[in-house]
Design a protein around this ligand. Structure first.
Ligand code: NAD
Ligand code: UDP
Length: 350
């Protein structure tokens, strides 16, 4: 901040990280739905540091106020408790529409609410984009490809989804959200972007949400067995949160209205991934001078129904259209994540 050009008190100046001072002409009014969640809070951090005016809408189902509380009181920031299944009116230039639970445990907790959030919530936010002429970005998912028969998955693959299975509320919810998005684009000229996000991990991921990265790291740090579901031959590829945020902002500011995959192309079987996490946790503990407890075991538990057998993004569109590719290796990202959970454990909040 430049205190000369804004009437902000000294207290404000020291409370917040340095935010770019953009002239009003390039400062955007950005709405982030689901901005108090894992991905949303990192996106909000970046948008704030870039100097934009950010409003977060969240019902705090899986997100929490603490993930963005460091911005509360900043003149460019507003946090509103609101459920996107209800309409909302605000003047804005860009809408990042993230609101939707993302982990299987959370989205299956109330399947009807999940699909209602995807359908009604996206309808409301597209209606808002139409009225305000804001550019609208939907955070869709690799789950639209279901249990894919094409590998790796390019954006023109239509997918293989069970419409009545336990994952359907999420997969079909996102598929209908995409359909709505292109409906508003084709019918009403709404300026849209669609990101199909592949498995993403990083700090602020809820350790209780049952996703594989957080489960394995927390288990290894606690000296518990790592729980591999099924025989562990199913594959995933894992993207670090900072790469995703780069990709989302690049997509929003690009001219590409087609769906764009955002993910890391390094593919692991879940069994290989368990071994990798165990090794990295041991390496970090050793580097921190922590005496190694016994080597944790890898145990097998039942495979959830409809668990996709393989998943890896074809990211050639993101590379050619956005000049984007992941910069964080899985090892680098996992080391950061291990340190984050270690710090949480040390402060007693995990
Ligand atoms: P998250 O659960 O941490 O965040 C979702 C946020 O949306 C939370 O803050 C939650 O409280 C809020 N929310 C949920 N329902 C709402 C409603 N009805 N009204 C208002 N707010 C609501 O999940 P995340 O990992 O941060 O995912 C964010 C978005 O990215 C989601 O749309 C998800 O589908 C998408 N995505 C994430 C991943 C991933 O690996 N994290 C992968 C693919 C897609
Ligand atoms: N998984 C596992 N152990 C766990 C949690 C998940 O083996 O403790 C598996 C899960 O069955 C799936 C993969 O890891 O095959 C990724 O699961 P996650 O819930 O993280 O994401 P998604 O299934 O949505 O890709």
């Amino acid at each position: 901040y430049h205190p000369q050009s804004q009437s902000i008190s000294y207290t404000t100046l020291t409370r917040f990280p340095p935010v770019k001072l953009l002239p009003p002409s390039s400062r955007k009014r950005v709405l982030v739905t689901g901005g108090a969640g894992f991905v949303g809070s990192h996106l909000v951090d970046r948008l704030m540091l870039l100097g934009h005016e950010v409003t977060v809408l969240d019902n705090f189902f899986t997100g929490s106020k603490t993930s963005v509380s460091h911005w509360v009181g900043h003149p460019n920031f507003e946090l509103v408790r609101h459920d996107v299944v209800e309409p909302f009116m605000i003047e804005c230039d860009q809408i990042y529409h993230l609101a939707c639970p993302a982990s299987p445990v959370h989205y299956q907790f109330n399947a009807v609410k999940t699909i209602k959030t995807s359908f009604q919530g996206t309808l409301n936010m597209l209606g808002l984009a139409k009225r305000t002429k804001a550019r609208f970005l939907l955070t869709s998912t690799s789950e639209v490809y279901g249990d894919p028969e094409v590998h790796p998955q390019p954006e023109d693959y239509w997918g293989h989804v069970n419409p009545i299975g336990p994952r359907a509320c999420y997969d079909e919810g996102k598929r209908v959200a995409e359909t709505l998005t292109y409906g508003f684009h084709n019918q009403d000229g709404v300026d849209v972007r669609v990101a199909r996000i592949f498995n993403t991990y990083g700090p602020r991921m809820n350790p209780q949400d049952g996703r594989v990265v957080s489960n394995f790291i927390v288990q290894a740090l606690r000296g518990q067995d790592l729980t591999v579901y099924g025989d562990g031959s199913q594959t995933r590829s894992f993207q670090y949160i900072h790469d995703l945020v780069d990709g989302l902002i690049a997509l929003m500011n690009s001219s590409d209205t087609r769906p764009v995959n955002l993910g890391n192309g390094d593919e692991f079987t879940i069994l290989e991934f368990a071994q990798l996490v165990r090794d990295i946790v041991e390496d970090v503990q050793r580097a921190d001078g922590v005496a190694a407890p016994r080597r944790v075991n890898i145990v097998h538990e039942g495979l959830p129904k409809d668990d996709p057998q393989k998943r890896r993004p074809d990211t050639s569109r993101a590379k050619s259209s956005l000049d984007w590719q992941p910069r964080w290796t899985v090892r680098m990202g996992l080391e950061e994540m291990v340190r984050y959970y270690k710090a949480k454990m040390a402060e007693g909040s995990l």
